[in-house]
Design a protein around this ligand. Structure first.
Ligand code: NAI
Length: 262
């Protein structure tokens, strides 16, 4: 083993892009990857938010750019990858994280809404991974990390969210499929499945009348007794992005405070 184990977690000389990087989990990933040494492209449909996150990274001495892209648009996804490669020469790490969550009973599920959720949470993950891998094969090395969810493993209760659950289960199996296909090309594809994590996505749901009665029920089901913070996910993304995980592909890191144990 040539390198010290802590050095194998470093990302110096690597470039990363993170979708949904303006806020929440994506923002925490941007800081984690940047603090570990990578240059970071913050990608979001919210241009101002992406640029603000990039400025805050730069203020910490991290090389960063903020990019606007709607990752459900295949042309915008190609442009996003091309911009990173034009700027820094190559792409080492792609974190496909942008996603939305909606509660809806299956009997009332609106089909347009279903398609919107699947388009962002699953289709866009494929589009991003494909564009990223097309660049990574040129260098013969790459790390793709998809954001799945514990909802890809279990069906949350008491809220109903079949479209979200199905989209995240899709991300888990897409991850395994791409991992097997691209392993010979030296591209690793893994996922992280967060449990309930305090971000705007969850805060907005919890502010609704049904959300307010839901929180105690959620907490009762989490063995650790609390929701996660975005910082609880940062170690996982650095591990999967770094040479320390080079023999790991097609795997999912479940970071849920033990929710799926019961
Ligand atoms: P968030 O709502 O705080 O952040 C999502 C970001 O994605 C926002 O900045 C938003 O502008 C961006 N975005 C939305 N649509 C986009 C599009 N079409 N193109 C580009 N960017 C777009 O959400 P949060 O909580 O940070 O979630 C991030 C990911 O983590 C999602 O995939 C979510 O499903 C997943 N997740 C979140 C959990 C939680 O409890 N917060 C639990 C499990 C998974």
């Amino acid at each position: 083993m040539s390198q010290n184990i802590i050095d194998r977690f470093r990302l110096d000389g690597k470039t990363a892009l993170v979708t949904g990087g303006a806020q929440g989990i994506g923002e925490a990933y941007c800081f984690a990857l940047g603090e570990a040494g990578a240059k970071v492209a913050v990608v979001d449909i919210n241009r101002t938010g992406a640029e603000e996150t990039a400025h805050r990274l730069e203020a910490k001495g991290i090389a960063a750019i903020g990019l606007a892209a709607d990752v459900t648009d295949p042309e915008a996804v190609s442009r996003m990858v091309k911009t990173v490669v034009d700027k820094w020469g190559f792409l080492t790490i792609g974190v496909n994280n942008a996603g939305i969550g909606v509660w809806q009973d299956a009997l009332l599920q609106d089909y347009k809404e279903w398609k919107k959720i699947l388009a962002l949470n699953l289709d866009a993950v494929f589009l991003c991974a494909q564009s990223e891998a097309q660049e990574m094969v040129k260098k013969g090395y790459g790390k793709i990390i998809n954001t799945a969810s514990m909802s890809g493993h279990i069906c949350n209760t008491p809220q109903n969210q079949c479209a979200y659950n199905a989209s995240k289960a899709g991300v888990l199996h897409l991850t395994r499929s791409l991992a097997a296909e691209w392993a010979p090309k030296n591209i690793r594809v893994n996922s992280i499945s967060p449990g309930y994590t305090k971000t705007a996505l969850v805060d907005n749901l919890l502010e609704t009348p049904e959300g307010k009665i839901m929180l105690p029920q959620w907490l009762a089901k989490i063995p650790m007794g609390r929701m996660g913070g975005t910082d609880d996910l940062q170690g996982g993304v650095v591990y999967l992005a770094s040479p320390a995980s080079d023999y790991m592909t097609g795997a999912d890191l479940l970071i849920d405070g033990g929710y799926c144990c019961w």
